[in-house]
Design a protein around this ligand. Structure first.
Ligand code: SAM
Length: 275
């Protein structure tokens, strides 16, 4: 099913393992574009083959020379051009940022077709708090830089999400055990594939497990948020009294709840007693 597409850049998410995870719109768009910019023509060629499509493919990554980017920008000014990566959503730890930025600067229409991305799937599977999370891409390879990055993220009050590879998992878990001790960890592996698994536990448990069962395949590593700080009741009273100097009890309770994470209704009751 080919569709008539207007000129511009179409960012198209592709499966992260299971080829069934491609949207109808992605298939129609890949069928309708004049060319597909991709990381690896062999990988994208296999997907096109599976979809029964034959398309011109142009190799692109963000380190491509300026002439390749200029060529693609020229093409998408008059023709519809897709951008795909080897798997998942382009630009998410994958090439495309510079191309999108240049296309937007040049006034070329850009749209993005949502679909598979390992980060989103892993967060939904993990059982870790998903109301907010910080995706930090890949941890650095070198031990010192890895520990520094984890230390920098230690106080972030959300789940943390990293892309990982099987050979680096043991080192990453050891660094988490050292820099973020006591934090719950989840390892999501081979998502959408035959041996998909999501294992949770403390870093030490996961280290023992993966020592005994060396992991294979692709991995998303997640760390639960830090425990909420328990504020001393005397400190809470102090904060409430300070807030009550300028605010109504309900407002003071809301403000102290924001500062401490304590229950707002309990704070309101205490504010009325203190008033
Ligand atoms: N753009 C892709 C996306 O949207 O998910 C990510 C590309 S990044 C170069 C590759 C990393 O994504 C892998 O090292 C792994 O951390 C994660 N990943 C990709 N596919 C995965 C899968 N099926 N299971 C687990 N992790 C996966």
């Amino acid at each position: 099913m080919d569709v008539a597409l207007s000129p511009g850049l179409y960012i198209v998410a592709t499966p992260i393992g299971n080829l069934g995870d491609i949207t109808l719109r992605a298939i129609a768009t890949l069928g309708g574009v004049s060319a597909i910019a991709c990381e690896d023509t062999r990988v994208t060629g296999k997907l096109l083959n599976h979809l029964g499509l034959k398309k011109r493919m142009i190799r692109y990554d963000d380190h491509a020379d300026a002439s390749t980017r200029d060529y693609l920008l020229g093409l998408m000014a008059s023709e519809p051009v897709a951008l795909v990566s080897d798997a998942g959503t382009p630009l998410i730890s994958d090439p495309g940022y510079r191309l999108v930025r240049s296309a937007r600067d040049a006034g070329i229409p850009v749209t993005s077709l949502p679909g598979a991305s390992a980060v989103v799937m892993a967060v939904t599977l993990s059982g870790l708090p998903s109301d907010r999370f910080l995706f930090a891409g890949f941890l650095p390879n070198k031990a010192k830089a890895r520990a520094d990055m984890l230390a920098e993220l230690a106080a972030v009050p959300t789940s943390l999400v990293f892309y990982e590879t099987a050979p680096r998992l043991a080192d990453a878990l050891a660094a988490i055990a050292e820099v973020l001790p006591g934090r719950e960890v989840a390892v999501a592996r081979e998502l959408t594939k035959k041996f998909e698994e999501c294992r949770t536990g403390l870093p030490a448990d996961l280290i023992s497990h993966y020592l005994a069962h060396p992991p294979k395949g692709e991995i998303v590593l997640m760390v639960g948020p830090p425990a909420e700080k328990q504020t001393d009741p005397a400190d809470v009273d102090g904060l409430l009294q300070a807030a009550l100097a300028t605010l109504k009890p309900s407002q003071a309770a809301a403000e102290v709840a924001r500062q401490t994470g304590a229950d707002r209704r309990a704070l309101y009751a205490r504010a009325l007693e203190l008033k």
